[in-house]
Design a protein around this ligand. Sequence first.
Ligand code: FAD
Length: 372
Amino acid sequence: MSIGSFLRRGLDAYWDEHEHEHEFKGLDKRRKRISLEQGIFAMFESIQRTYTSANDLEMLDFNAEKEYCMFPGEEITIARGYLSVIESLASVLPPGLIQLGRKVTKIEWQPDESLEIENGNNKPPVKLHFADGSIMYADHVIVTVSLGVLKQGIREDCGMFNPPLASFKTEAITRLGFGVVNKVFLKLTPTPDGIKFPSLQMVFHNESEQNLKIPWWMRRTANLCPIYGNSNVLISWFVGKEALEVESLGDEEIIDGFSKTISSFLINSHSDDAESMFKVEKVLKSQWGNDPLFLGSYSYVAIDSSGDDLDAMAEPLPKKTSIHSNISPPPLQILFAGEATHRTHYSTTHGAYFSGIREADRLLQHYHCIEI
Ligand SMILES: Cc1cc2nc3c(=O)[nH]c(=O)nc-3n(C[C@H](O)[C@H](O)[C@H](O)COP(=O)(O)OP(=O)(O)OC[C@H]3O[C@@H](n4cnc5c(N)ncnc54)[C@H](O)[C@@H]3O)c2cc1C
């Protein structure tokens, strides 16, 4: 069952339970109420779509959702962004160890012992090819590219891995979902009388002329709020098809869509001309869907996949051969980390972090540096 159909069933049960309440109030009132409730339901669906990155809640597996763990504690915004965390972690490493801007185009590895014998030149088993034409050999590589990049990387024409990854891995990569979520920031010109923009939770439930002027990609977003208390910068989240549409639009089209929304929602509450009162000065948007280094935002367990696929994502290659075999390929050539490899904290930064620790520990254990 999908999350979408589970929630729909709940709404239907609610309507069945409350049907008698409408009996004496008339058909028109009942229709209006149902339309409003449907609009509110759609708003919560949009919020849930944003949390999960699924374009449609019908694509989300219900059982896997039960395994997902929320991280305890408050949600916070990290001062100076995530970069400050990376800088702090990296500060203990020798200078020059981390090389930035080096795109890997191909990873050659040796899944079976015969290749090792052929290679027979004492070179480490993994060969990395970079976009600038350079190469590097390694005993172990921890691949942390996004699930979106992996999905593209396993397509035959792309061939990121040579030889291709084992089928248990490509099947997990194919089955799991990877959606697009984008943020749009709008900088407002301060109003002369200092009126601040309110936090809007938006329900699009009627087909009024005013509402129909609002573009479709705007009608499926749930929030438009200042980034904090009195800020003149607003934020809205977009997911799935709308997120991709926003990536393709120019600033003027985005401003126009937001202005129509603002005037539709704030007419009467602040002034008859909310659109001219709140003027958008500048737009900033993320473009995770089309960025070739991400090709999306974060993972979800799609219908027909399961938590087992997330575990399969974390399996290193080559797979351990039978203990009875005398010759086996060098172990732990390709390890996998990143949010899409964490069974209970996928889709999050802490999931990505924990998976990195897990793979570092795996190598330390391999070299008997730690015991688990
Ligand atoms: C709008 C939005 C809001 C979010 N909000 C939250 C939140 O509030 N809390 C939270 O916990 N998480 C949040 N997330 C999710 C979080 O950002 C991700 O789960 C996390 O960044 C995943 O980290 P990762 O290391 O697995 O992958 P990524 O962050 O995708 O990192 C992969 C890296 O691989 C590099 N790469 C790709 N291809 C190559 C190549 N060929 N060669 C070399 N390098 C390559 C990329 O440049 C990138 O640096 C949010 C994400 C988005 C998009």
